[in-house]
Design a protein around this ligand. Structure first.
Ligand code: ZN
Length: 368
């Protein structure tokens, strides 16, 4: 690889996320299962990057590199903590046993986050998100998100990722190579509400390699040759993507180039996208509609790692305020002078938000 112009090159961090693991087998086939295929392809893919790129240039972070259970939000946390530049979640598809075409449907689907346009896209997202049910207090951990409730998916529409263009770019490359190098049937680049994609703050894709319910596809995915070809497809996609985002160079001057429009042929900008407010707890102060009282009580109803529209249906008609705290956007109802008043309101709100609780704010900052 060429060396940047006297500027210390930034390491590119790729997060590889083999879906499922441990007690969670994912989709199960006749001779193998999803968690095993995902891990095999992920590790082979990582090896290929490692052989071709130095560790100082591309760092590989696995959400798991063995057969263990990792919760969805822990996967996202690993990726976000690692400050990933690209998140690739690897999965295997399956068709419901009631479907008569179960054994014949085949092909690769690559997803970016967004609102499903078809019911079948939603079904894939629901199935992958349902891993949450394996966690005891999932409702609390996932802020009331219910994997089977279509209403829960509205949030994904409101939060079009500012990384969507890049996500689609990698998704298209992955799809192209999986259909040429690995000769999978092309089922396209799609969008649906996958929790892991939504909660990772970087370009991110979720790949459904092929259908384990199709015996021919399963045999391919279970074979060493199949794993090799799929890993090679990912590697080629990564290689192309890496060159594209770096303008054929190492990463160091990417930001400058992007600003100059070199990597931005369509003239796209992020200017219409709300800037990330991750810089500190005072970052959302400008957004506050009203000056907060020095000390007040509020009822917190939701928290999310991306900023939500205050008009979101998730708030069920309640007028909310947003504050930013410990990496999360938090939503509260009411401004009360006393704790007792806030608690009265909380009792009413719990009908809509079972986890609602009272917080104390001082000058717009949570203190308790
Ligand atoms: Zn899966």
């Amino acid at each position: 690889m060429s060396v940047a112009f006297g500027v210390e090159a930034k390491q590119f961090v790729v997060v590889i996320d083999p879906g499922h693991g441990g007690k969670d087998y994912g989709a199960v086939g006749a001779v193998t299962n999803e968690k095993t295929i995902n891990l095999n392809v992920a590790k082979k893919f990582g090896e290929k990057i490692r052989k071709s790129y130095g560790e100082d240039e591309v760092k590989i972070v696995y959400t798991r590199d063995k057969d263990v259970f990792i919760a969805l939000n822990d996967r996202a946390k690993i990726a976000n903590d690692a400050k990933g530049d690209l998140f690739i979640s690897i999965h295997v598809n399956s068709i419901d046993k009631r479907n008569k075409r179960r054994a014949t449907i085949a092909g690769t689907e690559v997803y970016t986050c967004g609102l499903h346009r078809t019911e079948s896209n939603l079904e894939v997202a629901k199935r992958e998100n349902a891993v949450m049910y394996l966690e005891e207090d999932y409702s609390q951990k996932y802020q009331g998100f219910d994997p089977t409730s279509p209403e829960s998916y509205i949030a994904f529409e409101l939060n079009q990722s500012k990384h969507l263009d890049r996500s689609i770019e990698f998704a298209t490359l992955a799809k192209d190579y999986l259909t040429t190098t690995a000769k999978r049937v092309d089922k396209g680049v799609k969008q649906a509400g996958f929790w892991v994609l939504w909660s990772t703050s970087m370009p991110s894709v979720l790949v459904e390699l092929d259908f384990i319910s199709n015996p021919t596809s399963e045999k391919f995915m279970a074979s060493a040759a199949g794993v090799e070809k799929m890993a090679q497809s990912f590697y080629k996609a990564f290689d192309d993507y890496y060159v594209a985002v770096n303008g054929g160079q190492r990463r160091a001057q990417q930001a400058d180039k992007a600003d100059a429009g070199k990597n931005n042929p369509a003239g796209r900008t992020d200017a219409n996208v709300k800037p990330a407010k991750a810089s500190g707890s005072d970052a959302c102060a400008d957004d506050m509609a009203e000056a907060p009282a020095a000390v007040e009580y509020r009822v917190q109803v939701l928290a999310n790692d991306r900023s939500l529209s205050l008009k979101s249906k998730l708030f069920k008609g309640e007028k909310v305020s947003e504050y930013y705290d410990k990496g999360m956007y938090k939503y509260t109802v009411g401004h009360f002078k006393t704790q007792a008043e806030a608690e009265k309101s909380m009792r009413r709100l719990r009908a809509k938000f079972p986890q609602a609780f009272v917080i104390k704010m001082e000058n717009g900052v949570r203190v308790n």
